[in-house]
Design a protein around this ligand. Structure first.
Ligand SMILES: [Zn+2]
Length: 280
């Protein structure tokens, strides 16, 4: 599997000269399987950049198929979907998986984004691409040669948050975002789900000693401890705080790499950046 980050910022896009290296688009990551299967984790504003690139290939001719795995429906994880041309070209196909909420289905949320109040598109029914929504469950499913597993990591039925695990050829990538380890049992569930993953992509906007109101969002230290407990090989921090500059992110990574080295920990720590690619 090949991974590429299209947006690594949390909460809001941050077009800022001090943040160009890590980038200002919100959450969107693509995973390409060995046989070309294309899977997208969340459709934050980074999805617009991915969409532009896809227009150069089959998607530009209306012959592309995209599998979207949506973790949850906060704005920074969905905002990019309506904009790229690929979504509006007839013949393209979007298979969208994600959690329904007690306040409405995932399809209803995306449809609402395209309502006349927000958009001239007038609803999902008017986008060109064929689209199919499937409520996510813990039942594994197959996309091409990849096996996909999902796990709920929150107790809030109005805004459920799910994690994903993608496996191919004995390799595993796990995606966990917006998790709150203060909720009972969530940390244990996350560790079991991420067990021995080769790559863990984990949200980590703030540090424990930062005094910010972030509604209990996991901190950098939480992500590291969780990755160690799960015997993960490589941890990619993302969902960076909106005010965090490139230099500050560099310093955070350097600090925690030093800590891991002092512990003799084999965990590889990386801060994900827009445009970064890696092979799982
Ligand atoms: Zn988020």
């Amino acid at each position: 599997m090949k991974v590429r980050f299209w947006g690594v910022r949390g909460y809001v896009p941050t077009p800022n000269a001090a943040m160009l290296r890590y980038g200002g688009n919100t959450c969107c990551t693509s995973v390409t399987g060995e046989h070309g299967e294309l899977i997208v984790l969340d459709t934050g504003t980074g999805f617009c950049m991915l969409g532009d690139e896809l227009m150069q290939g089959e998607f530009g001719r209306g012959r592309g198929t995209l599998t979207l795995l949506i973790s949850h429906t906060y704005w920074d994880h969905i905002l990019g979907l309506p904009f790229p041309g690929v979504v509006h070209i007839p013949g393209n196909r979007l298979d969208i998986y994600g959690p329904d909420s007690t306040r409405g289905s995932l399809q209803m949320v995306y449809d609402g984004m395209l309502s006349p109040v927000y958009s001239p598109v007038f609803g999902l029914a008017h986008i060109g691409a064929t689209h199919r929504f499937t409520p996510i469950s813990t039942e594994p499913f197959i996309v091409g040669q990849l096996t996909i597993r999902a796990m709920p990591l929150s107790y809030r039925p109005h805004s459920p948050i799910w994690a994903y695990r993608l496996e191919e050829g004995g390799r595993a990538l796990v995606y966990i975002t917006d998790v709150r380890y203060s909720e009972r049992g969530i940390r244990e569930a996350a560790i079991a789900f991420a067990k021995q993953a080769n790559v863990l992509i984990h949200s980590a906007p703030y540090l424990r000693d930062e005094q910010v109101e972030d509604y209990g969002h996991s901190r950098v230290e939480d992500a590291i401890e969780m990755a160690q407990a799960a015997d993960v090989e490589r941890l990619l921090l993302f969902h960076h705080a909106p005010m965090r500059t490139d230099d500050e992110l560099d310093a955070i990574v350097a600090h925690f790499r030093q800590m891991l080295a002092a512990q003799g920990s084999p965990l590889q720590l990386i801060a994900a950046a827009e445009g970064m690619e890696l092979v799982v």
